[in-house]
Design a protein around this ligand. Structure first.
Ligand code: HEC
Length: 313
């Protein structure tokens, strides 16, 4: 989840190293997801799922698949009952969470932090949204540990497994199993493709790096102006591009961004804008800007020079 500079060759006279973040894959061996139940008001039990998989996109969106048939209760007959009556119809569950990348991206090896994640648990056709505070530790250049900082409570009713729990109580002749279960998770993610050089995202544009022609850029901007205004907070089809250089992608107040752009997590610099404007869909897959991009490097350079001049002026 650390932002890295990924060298991308762009036939351009300006510096061609757009800031793109890395993606991460969950390491099943080191990961653990458990939940607790209390029956008869007195007997506490911890169950876990042994089969997890998942990844985190460069923008900080985590998607984790939980194979519910891998439930481990430490008693075989109970595993079978749980699978048959509670989890069979559900199959797999998925957990999606969005992390605030700004926090995580600055962690160096050995450092820890806590981040707020907005998570959605999807199972049995229903979505349960919850907020979770996560503890994040950078284990090495290429791995991070993400764990729940506190217990997270999930209601079995919201999760759509209430009927299954009823059946289980009947079978096991149990008078009460709690309908809100505490959940804890320990997840280890490894960086997908280790890049030798890690460098921090440049927070401010280097004016000297842009040699574009502001006047020519103003003309190019006609292609954008149907959807973008330069006045602050003036959002139309697209967000206002006031002060866009140096701003974090997808964060202008009052504009409803698509999730992919909102989670992109990069700062708009001449480099990241060059990558985005030359291939909007390829750079931020799933974003909703209905624009194919600018084909000519010169146009890109010039429109960035114009945006930069407007940002500063
Ligand atoms: C047909 C409408 C349309 C055109 C034309 C268009 N855009 Fe966009 N643009 C959008 C929309 C909509 C978004 C928000 C996308 C999202 O949320 O996924 C966007 C997003 C952006 C962003 C990200 C803004 C932010 O706050 O992170 C930038 C930068 C951008 N456009 C620049 C341009 C430039 C420069 C041009 C012209 C060369 C252009 N766009 C042409 C509709 C358009």
């Amino acid at each position: 989840m650390k932002l890295l500079l990924k060298a991308v060759t762009i036939a351009s006279a300006i510096v061609a190293t757009p800031v793109l973040a890395e993606s991460w894959t969950l390491a099943p061996e080191g990961s653990h997801l458990a939940y607790g139940t209390i029956k008869k008001n007195t007997v506490g039990e911890v169950n876990s799922f042994t089969s997890l998989s998942g990844h985190v996109s460069p923008g900080g969106k985590a998607e984790i698949e939980i194979n519910l048939s891998s439930v481990e209760t430490n008693i075989d007959i109970r595993n079978e009952r749980m699978i048959e009556h509670v989890f069979r119809k559900v199959g797999t569950a998925s957990l999606t969470a969005e992390f605030d990348m700004d926090e995580v991206s600055t962690l160096s090896v050995g450092e820890t932090t806590t981040v707020d994640a907005e998570a959605i648990l999807s199972l049995a056709g229903s979505d349960v949204a919850f907020d979770a505070e996560m503890f994040v530790a950078r284990l090495s250049e290429t791995s991070v540990l993400v764990s729940t900082n506190d217990m997270v409570f999930i209601s079995t009713e919201d999760a759509g497994v209430n009927a299954g729990v009823d059946k289980l109580m009947e079978l096991a002749d149990l008078p009460g199993i709690t309908r809100t279960v505490p959940v804890t998770a320990r997840l280890i993610f490894n960086m997908d493709d280790k890049k030798a050089e890690a460098a921090p995202a440049a927070p401010v544009a280097v004016a000297a790096a842009v040699e574009g022609d502001v006047k020519a850029g103003k003309k190019v901007f006609r292609k954008c102006s149907a959807c973008h205004k330069l006045e602050q907070d003036r959002h139309t089809v697209g967000p206002s591009l006031h002060g866009i250089i140096g701003a974090t992608a997808g964060q202008a107040d009052g504009f409803r961004y698509s999730a992919p752009l909102q989670n992109f997590g990069v700062v708009w610099t001449p480099e990241t804008l060059t990558a985005f404007l030359s291939d909007p869909k390829g750079t931020v897959p799933g974003n909703k800007m209905q624009f194919r991009g600018l084909k000519k490097d010169e146009d890109i350079r010039n429109v960035i020079a114009y945006l930069q001049a407007e940002s500063q002026g």
